[in-house]
Design a protein around this ligand. Structure first.
Ligand code: ACO
Length: 428
């Protein structure tokens, strides 16, 4: 295979190195292009731009493949736990039993949130969106743990990671309780990560919460499926903000803000709102499909389409199975699931959706799983954020350790006015 590509302009040839990934992905290295040719590349949305080399997550959008550190997502969803998957992403290998126990103990040790942070929570308006609260609170953690280093020895960095993983779940549950005006439930040492979260969300002094292992498993699967997705919008935000060498909390806070958007993590909430709207309008999905296909209508079928997957999102299949399992277990019928299946059936046969490669993505069924667990709609994207945290942390760590790391600073093609003189206000 040729190790260079050629760029020919005005009769002059420039050789550009070719970079190959371990799964055969190819890229043209243009890092010296401007220096040598005065050209930059133009790639709105960076859809054809590899911003880094990474050994964390592999995805193949044409064939619907997703692997963390080489391990297929299907195997992790079936056999792993969220904590083990987080360890795998951050450290590169599955933990031994001892390593996993140590990690779990550390997660328990760091689960409490500084009491003074409660004041912050109390002063947010009751109707504030939990994603805004979470992003602010994660940033605020830096003020409460000022010893946290930008970059220091391995052990301290690991404590920072663990602290964040552990506290995000406590803070998320706190924000929910406070939005209801209810008593905050503290984390319990005897409970594992997911069960502990559910208990903090749903236990109350008047009605103790009973932990159901099947609901815990559904949550494990939900979080494993969301744990990383290579250079998606929020991860790119974490890397970009992190490239300025800000502290980890600030970079993660930026990732949470990016994830909030309805085209990204906010889609899980938007899907359920859309399904509810269809349900309220009598349950016929046809008018919504027609709107999604109308170029003059900005409406999109939420939970459909993906920047990388041009086939069925492998996470959507697992999510759909989890949906059925959990509703069966709870002996519950959710009319939104019937509508989702009708929509999917309809869309998969429709030429617009086929021609545009639009298939269900992870968000299409995940909201129905969250509803079954009892998570309120406004917390859906927070659930995604907790799940994505191990990915953000591992991507940040990889970027900090990368010897070739540079401050991210894209260029632009200026299309504004040419040079002109300032006109004094009385002459305008
Ligand atoms: N419904 C209807 N049409 C769609 C949809 C959709 N959900 N998604 C894309 N299209 C159409 C666009 O209108 C466009 O049509 P055109 O070429 O005829 O003008 C074409 O498909 C390409 O659209 P882009 O936005 O350029 O495609 P891209 O791959 O960048 O979009 C995105 C990906 C943003 C996810 C898009 O599919 C979308 O908006 N989906 C709905 C929101 C959603 O579910 N987001 C969650 C994504 S998964 C995640 O972030 C966890």
């Amino acid at each position: 295979m040729n190790k260079t590509a050629k760029f020919i302009f005005n009769g002059k040839t420039y050789e550009l190195p070719v970079v190959m990934g371990s799964e055969g992905e190819m890229a043209v290295d243009i890092s010296n292009l401007r220096k040598e040719t005065r050209f930059i590349t133009f790639d709105p949305g960076y859809a054809n731009t590899g911003s880094c080399q990474s050994s964390i997550t592999f995805m193949d959008g044409e064939n619907g493949i997703l692997r963390y550190r080489g391990i297929p997502i299907e195997q992790l969803a079936e056999h792993s736990t969220f904590v083990e998957t987080a360890y795998l992403l951050i450290n590169g290998e599955l933990p031994t039993e001892k390593e996993l126990n140590n990690f779990s103990v550390m997660l328990n040790d760091h689960s409490l949130v500084h009491e003074d942070m409660h004041l912050f929570f109390e002063n947010f308006p009751r109707r504030a969106h939990p994603m805004g609260i979470l992003s602010s609170m994660v940033n605020a953690l830096r003020a409460f743990y000022p010893e946290i280093p930008e970059r220091t020895d391995e052990e301290e960095i690991n404590i920072t990671f663990t602290r964040l993983l552990s506290k995000i779940r406590t803070m998320a549950a706190m924000s929910h309780k406070m939005s209801l005006g209810h008593k905050v439930i503290y984390p319990r040492y005897a409970l594992h990560y997911c069960a502990n979260f559910l208990n903090m969300m749903f236990d109350s002094p008047v009605r103790p919460y009973t932990i159901d292992d099947d609901l815990v498993k559904a949550l494990e699967v939900f979080w494993i499926l969301h744990a990383d997705h290579e250079q998606n919008c929020s991860t790119a935000a974490v890397r970009l903000v992190g490239s300025a060498r800000v502290n980890l909390y600030a970079a993660i806070s930026a990732g949470i803000a990016a994830l909030w958007g309805p085209l990204h993590g906010g889609a899980n909430q938007a899907v359920v709102e859309m399904l509810q709207q269809i349900h309220n309008n009598g349950g016929d999905p046809a008018p919504f499909i027609a709107r999604a296909k109308d170029r003059n209508d900005p409406f999109r079928l939420m939970g459909f389409g993906h920047s990388i997957y041009k086939t069925y999102d492998p996470r959507a299949r697992i999510m759909e199975k989890t949906c059925h399992k959990i509703l069966k277990k709870l002996n519950r019928h959710d009319p939104l699931l019937d509508i989702a299946r009708q929509l999917e059936e309809f869309a998969l046969k429709d030429s617009y959706f086929k021609d545009h490669d639009l298939y269900p993505n992870v968000d299409f069924y995940s909201g129905i799983v969250l509803r079954a667990i009892g998570i309120p709609l406004n917390m859906f994207t927070v659930m995604f954020a907790i799940g994505r945290l191990p990915g953000w942390i591992s991507q940040w760590k990889e970027s900090i350790d990368d010897p070739k790391w540079k401050l991210h600073r894209p260029r632009q093609i200026y299309i504004g006015r040419k040079k002109r003189d300032y006109v004094p206000i009385n002459d305008r």
